[in-house]
Design a protein around this ligand. Structure first.
Ligand SMILES: [Zn+2]
Length: 427
């Protein structure tokens, strides 16, 4: 057999390569037994004993697969499969294994175990890559016990300093640094995404969509082209407490009425940016919160999301104009207080193209999609070429114990991950 024939056979064998979907599904179910809840969900908060047990299980699987495991200073775990060229940066994939207090089996866990399944599949078939491959498990993505959210990936990318992260406290006063040491995950590897660190050649993250778009479209794969930017605010209205009976309607300075008008305005501002704008008021506080007192104070939270910085700027201007107008109309003082801002994220066109091409070659129907939620991939994308793969989840529900996904969709996402990583790492 000539050299070209051998290469052609190899290409055909590679094109036919598939992950073991049953093994991936079983791994997800096995990991979900740690912290399992009565309603079929998972509760495994970051840096708790249960998080340690979940980490230990996955790290054990990685070691069984012959991967070299290292842990960095904020507890991020990296499991490396050597490539032929040790000098090359790794082609990485992963997500997180911490969950919400009443979380599901798939959020984060699917992405980590899909990355491990890629390694197991390559081992099964004796396939070596030129670039090293890595499974990445990021610390505290959910941000429930400790803030900020997406903590580990943010520190890896240099967005947060290690000392800042170690000093963060939970509601009981426990620090991240002490809890990392307590559960045995205070590593010494440097922050890989910062200057001089090993970085990644590319990073891919498979994840359930956590929204209803793919299911409604009947598609197994979403090619994630980026993530919505976010602006969070508190808007406070200052009126005058007064008696509900003697005070005529025309003479009131009703802060709750102003807040209600702002809820309506936030909805309109987002609809004006359809279909990509999002506007949510999730918290409303009224003082004195008494049945027969006209409230003199009200505060609402505002969460705006948009795929473009221009769109976020338009929504910001519209919010300020609406708040000022509502204040003037109701005789109440207004303060718009920005809280958190995440700029819109556009994933790397090269990596996005590899995901799309993998789906196409696998014959999997797909669409481009923008993530409405934050993910570790958004932080990684600030320093390394990055893309994400979405699979549908039942009724679009996540951050809920009833979160569910179909085995065939999980398998499809794993196969897209396999072929996107190989396209980057083989040659
Ligand atoms: Zn997640």
């Amino acid at each position: 057999m000539g050299k070209n024939e051998a290469m052609a056979l190899t290409a055909a064998a590679l094109a036919a390569l598939r992950i073991d979907g049953e093994r991936l599904w079983k791994s997800i179910m096995d990991l979900a037994t740690i912290g399992a809840t009565d309603k079929g969900g998972v509760r495994r908060l970051a840096l708790t004993d249960l998080d340690r047990a979940g980490r230990d299980l996955v790290v054990g699987w990685c070691r069984d697969a012959g991967l070299a495991v290292r842990v960095d200073r904020v507890g991020n775990i990296f499991a490396r499969r050597a490539g032929r060229d040790a000098a090359r940066r790794a082609v990485a994939a992963g997500s997180h294994v911490d969950t919400q207090p009443s979380g599901g089996k798939f959020d984060g866990n699917f992405g980590v175990l899909a990355a491990l399944e890629v390694m197991r599949t390559l081992d099964d078939h004796g396939i070596a890559t030129a670039a090293p491959l890595e499974v990445a498990i990021w610390t505290n993505e959910e941000g429930t016990r400790f803030t900020p959210v997406m903590m580990g990936s943010g520190a890896w990318a240099g967005i947060y300093g290690v000392d800042f992260i170690h000093a963060q406290r939970d509601g009981d006063g426990c620090t991240v640094g002490a809890e990392l040491a307590r559960i045995g995950y205070a590593g010494d590897a440097p922050m890989g995404g910062t200057a001089g660190g090993p970085g990644f050649d590319a990073y891919f993250e498979a994840h359930i969509e956590q929204g209803p778009v793919l299911e409604a479209a009947g598609l197994p794969i979403g090619v994630v082209v980026g993530a919505l930017g976010q602006n969070w605010y508190d808007v406070a209205f200052e009126g005058m407490d007064a008696h509900a009976g003697p005070t005529p309607m025309a003479l009131r300075r009703d802060a709750a009425l102003a807040a209600a008008r702002l809820v309506e305005a936030v909805n309109r501002i987002a609809l004006d940016e359809a279909p990509d704008g999002r506007g949510t008021v999730g918290m409303v506080a009224v003082k004195p919160n008494s049945r027969n007192v006209i409230p003199g104070f009200a505060q609402v939270s505002v969460d705006f999301r948009h795929p473009s910085a221009d769109g976020l700027a338009r929504m910001d201007a519209a919010l300020r104009a609406a708040a000022a107008d509502i204040g003037a109309r109701g005789g109440v003082g207004v303060e718009v207080k920005p809280q958190v801002a995440f700029p819109p994220c556009a994933f790397d066109p090269g990596c996005v193209g590899l995901v799309r091409e993998a789906a196409r070659r696998l014959g999997l129907p797909h669409m481009d999609i923008v993530s409405g939620a934050g993910h570790d991939a958004v932080h990684v994308a600030s320093v390394a070429p990055t893309a994400m793969i979405f699979v549908p989840c039942k009724d679009g529900i996540s951050h809920n114990e009833i979160e569910d996904a179909l085995p065939e969709h999980v398998t499809a996402g794993g196969n897209v991950l396999l072929h996107a990583m190989l396209a980057r790492a083989l040659a």
